[in-house]
Write a protein that binds this ligand. Structure first.
Ligand SMILES: *Cc1c(COP(=O)(O)O)cnc(C)c1O
Length: 409
């Protein structure tokens, strides 16, 4: 590590709160699937900001759309109308097959929006007694970091120092539709779930799970709310992960990450007219949510996904990566899970955590990170060159072998 890298890290550690544990690399430039550090060393970015960089770094079309909008108007507040907002709400509603959108900034804010929508719908439409509404969530979930959201996290570290927790949430095991049905009471207004648990370690539920969830929610008049902040927008090989199961459509869909095209924080809560109409003026809002610059960027980000057929690309390349990883039969690997270019490699305990592999990979010019100790996530830009991708997969396999040999000897 040179003094320039060390200096940045030391100042960050001294002046910045320690709520992350970053790899010791300082990034100064990004282009497509590649990034460069402050020393000029090039890396392939296999994390892509947890899918927020699905278009790659500094996508030229998205940069141009942002530039164009920046020269017109960037911020209006929702006290006035703006053109890109109208275009975005129509575009995302049509694309998802839903009726109305409410744009926010971070994923957590869009989840909060969905929780508020569900409660308001519960009181005004389902007629649940005031302050009695309950929302069911899945164990092992990740929906963000606000107090309300960590109140239904099952990760000790997310909750423990932050109590008291918000009431009104019930937990069921992920992937177990019967458990969901058993947990529903007359006061249940919604079930909030990720189609694939991303931060939870790329956990894919049994086939038919979402279809059963849809049926159960319909039968009991409970809203099905899908958090597709990570799985949405072509990441898993479909525009939305719920499309993997025919006939499934949520009542509320939560989007974020890639919606910002790698440039800005943009999120949205999209839903049926019945649910989204429960919001009355003044009941919910955001200073920056729906601002023209964010909306112009999101509109272009969506157009790029559609026109460049990135969902199809993700499906094809993801299947090939999973096949290669499985074929390698590398020691120390317990399981390989993936859908599209959202892939998890779970290691055996003797490997000492996925962090070990991630650190060795960094030295070989590939950036990836652990999620939940033993699993390493591979989620490159959907625009990545095929040859770059398969070269990186070879590097990953070689690195796993190398780490395994030092651990088992
Ligand atoms: C990242 C993520 C969030 C939170 O998004 P932020 O922008 O970090 O607030 C919510 N849900 C899922 C599934 C996520 O992956």
């Amino acid at each position: 590590m040179t003094s320039r890298t060390q200096d940045v890290i030391e100042r960050s550690e001294h002046w910045g709160a320690h709520n992350y544990h970053p790899l010791p690399v300082v990034l100064t430039k990004g282009q497509g699937a590649f990034v460069w550090d402050i020393e000029g060393k090039k890396y392939l970015d296999m994390l892509s900001c947890y899918s927020a960089l699905s278009h790659g770094h500094c996508h030229p079309r998205i940069l141009a759309a942002a530039q164009k909008q920046m020269e017109q108007i960037t911020l209006t507040s929702r006290a006035f109308h703006n053109v890109p907002y109208a275009e975005f709400c129509e575009k995302i509603s049509r694309l998802s097959g839903l009726d109305m959108a409410l744009p926010m900034n971070s994923g957590a804010e869009a989840v909060e929006t969905a929780l508020k929508a569900a409660r308001a719908w519960g009181y005004r439409i389902k007629k649940v007694p005031q302050d009695k509404a309950r929302i069911i969530a899945a164990k092992g979930n990740f929906h963000g970091r606000t107090i309300a959201i960590v109140s239904f996290s099952t990760e000790q570290a997310y909750r423990e120092p932050f109590g008291p927790m918000a009431p009104g949430f019930d937990m069921v095991p992920f992937g177990d539709a019967d458990a969901l049905e058993n947990a529903i009471t007359p006061e249940t207004v919604a079930f909030l779930v990720e189609p694939i648990q991303g931060e939870g370690g790329i956990i894919i539920p049994p086939d038919g799970y979402l279809k059963r969830v849809r049926e159960i929610c319909t039968k009991h008049n409970v809203l099905m709310m899908l958090d597709e902040v990570q799985t949405g927008l072509a990441r898993t090989g479909k525009m939305f992960a719920f499309e993997h199961e025919p006939g499934v459509k949520p009542d509320v869909l939560i989007l974020g990450k890639a919606l910002g095209g790698g440039l800005l924080p943009v999120s949205a809560c999209v839903g049926t007219r019945e649910v989204m109409s429960t919001f009355q003026p003044g009941e919910h809002g955001s200073t920056f949510g729906g601002m023209p610059l964010s909306m112009a960027v999101a509109n272009e980000a969506l157009d790029v996904l559609i026109q460049d057929e990135l969902a199809e690309r993700s499906a094809r390349l993801g299947a090939e990566v999973v096949a290669r990883l499985r074929q390698a039969k590398a020691p120390g690997v317990r399981e390989i899970r993936g859908r599209g270019l959202l892939i998890g490699i779970e290691f055996e305990d003797f490997m000492g955590g996925a962090m070990n592999v991630a650190q060795a990979l960094m030295h070989k010019g590939v950036l990836a990170k652990d999620t939940r100790v033993n699993t390493m996530r591979l989620a490159p830009a959907l625009t990545i060159d095929e040859s770059d991708l398969f070269e990186a997969v070879d590097t990953v396999i070689a690195t796993i072998r190398q780490v395994a040999s030092t651990k088992s000897s």
